[in-house]
Design a protein around this ligand. Structure first.
Ligand SMILES: O=C(O)C1=C[C@@H](OP(=O)(O)O)[C@@H](O)[C@H](O)C1
Ligand SMILES: C=C(OP(=O)(O)O)C(=O)O
Length: 426
């Protein structure tokens, strides 16, 4: 297996970097642009496995897409809600957004659509969304376990109506339903039953829908109403840099007592993970922002923190990877749902920190990390891009850390290590 050795840096980083477009925004924009009538152009779009699987699915559904990776641009020739292909065999890799959003998209069609992903995708929850799609007129045929990939959706133009949806394992199923709802035959009301995890991503969904001309009425935290007949407007849309993927570069400033500026990412971002800046501030970093960048300067000594990360859970690994360098323990709470992501992320972080000799306590929905000396090791990444990206930052402080299977960053950040090493050379 391929590995990358991380060179420890015996000085603070001092760098200005650019981060590719947000996965979450690229894939949402692809979906709504496919439903709009006419041509949309997405600028600063992400080119990575997750967005490329997504674009390919849309194209297989008969909606033309032109990819211009050199310009970071994607053109979508939206079909006004029509799904031209009556049959398709769709593959989503390990992209949770593609799995959930494309399953909902095909429910608007009138045909037979098979969906599958990599083995781990077959273990990730789909059932609550599919139950709603069935109540809205589709029939689902599961090849293996009920509620999991692979399956075929036999769709008859999603009817809309009143639904209850569980969203305690992922918010993506709610986002998927919200985005297709304007094209249902009648108004849609969705009541979330119990806890809604990752709420910031639902906010992002509503914001993106509004940016393309569709309104969601939200009542309290848990009820969503979408009027049928609203239509997305085709447009030019610029994707923000990915805030989750910026976290590793800011973390490099934090642990080395250095300075990292991320261009074109601001505190006004619609991505919940911009709150990483607040986390770092609480840990002792200084934050500077303008209308075209944000900059983090690390302290001499990072402080510990006790934090609920339910809303910003893609950052658990980033925090876990820098936790050993804090002056007091780090407790990360309310993140049981990260056990259903690319890997069981609580287990993966705990296992890899212990491999480095760090004392960690694991609970069903949280972890507590005791700062302490690190024994260098080769880090397992479990096909999870965030394990590779986060633990590379740990390697800046301790000679001898190696990242296994660094190619797994291709899921959302194919040239992560190139940019990471460029940061170190500045
Ligand atoms: O809607 C989205 O774009 C995402 C929602 C979150 O997932 P969950 O809702 O499954 O927590 C997040 O972890 C994922 O990277 C992207
Ligand atoms: C959880 C993630 O991805 P997915 O969209 O596959 O859920 C992630 O990118 O950290």
């Amino acid at each position: 297996m391929d590995t990358i050795a991380i060179p420890a840096l015996n000085r603070p980083v001092d760098a200005t970097v650019e981060i590719p477009g947000s996965k979450s925004l690229t894939n949402r924009a692809l979906l709504v642009a496919a439903l709009a009538q006419g041509d949309s152009v997405l600028e600063n779009a992400l080119f990575s496995e997750d967005s490329e699987y997504f674009a390919k699915c849309v194209e297989q559904l008969g909606i033309p897409i032109t990819l211009n990776p050199h310009l970071a641009q994607i053109q979508v020739a939206g079909r006004g809600g029509d799904i031209p292909a009556k049959q398709a065999d769709l593959f989503v890799g390990l992209a949770g957004t593609a799995a959930r959003f494309i399953s909902a998209l095909v429910a608007l069609g009138n045909g037979e659509y098979r969906l599958d992903g990599v083995p781990r995708m077959r273990e990730r929850p789909m059932g609550d969304l599919l139950t709603v799609l069935e109540a809205g007129g589709a029939t689902i045929n599961f090849e293996g376990n009920s509620g999991f990939m692979p399956y075929t959706v036999y769709s008859r133009q999603f009817a809309g109506g009143n639904f209850r949806l569980k969203a305690n394992q992922t918010s993506q199923q709610l986002s998927a339903l919200l985005m297709i709802a304007p094209y249902a035959q009648q108004d849609t009301n969705i009541e979330v039953e119990g806890t809604l995890v990752s709420q910031s991503y639902v906010k992002m969904t509503c914001r993106l829908m509004a940016d393309f001309g569709v309104e969601v009425i939200q009542i309290g935290d848990n009820q969503f109403q979408i009027k049928a007949g609203q239509r997305y407007q085709a447009r030019h849309y610029t994707v923000e840099p990915d805030a989750s993927n910026a976290s590793y570069f800011f973390a490099a400033a934090a642990v080395t007592g250095g300075r990292v500026r991320v261009k074109h990412l601001t505190k006004q971002s619609c991505q919940g993970d911009i709150l990483w800046l607040n986390v770092l501030e609480q840990m002792g970093c200084q934050i500077k922002d303008s209308d075209d960048y944000t900059e983090v300067t690390g302290p001499k000594q990072l402080q510990g923190i006790d934090i609920d990360m339910n809303d910003i859970s893609d950052l658990v690994q980033t925090l876990g990877a820098i936790a050993p360098f804090a002056s007091s323990p780090i407790t990360i709470r309310n993140v049981e749902h990260i056990r259903y992501k690319e890997t069981d992320r609580i287990k993966a972080v705990v296992t890899e920190l212990r491999r480095l000799g760090v004392k960690v306590e694991e609970f069903p929905d949280r972890l507590k990390i005791e700062p302490g000396p690190i024994t260098p090791a080769a880090i397992e990444t479990y096909h999870d891009h965030r394990m590779a990206m986060a633990f590379a930052v740990t390697g800046l402080k301790v000679p001898g850390i190696v990242i296994k299977d660094p190619g797994c960053t291709a899921k959302t950040f194919p040239d992560y290590f190139t940019r990471f090493f460029q940061m170190l050379e500045q």
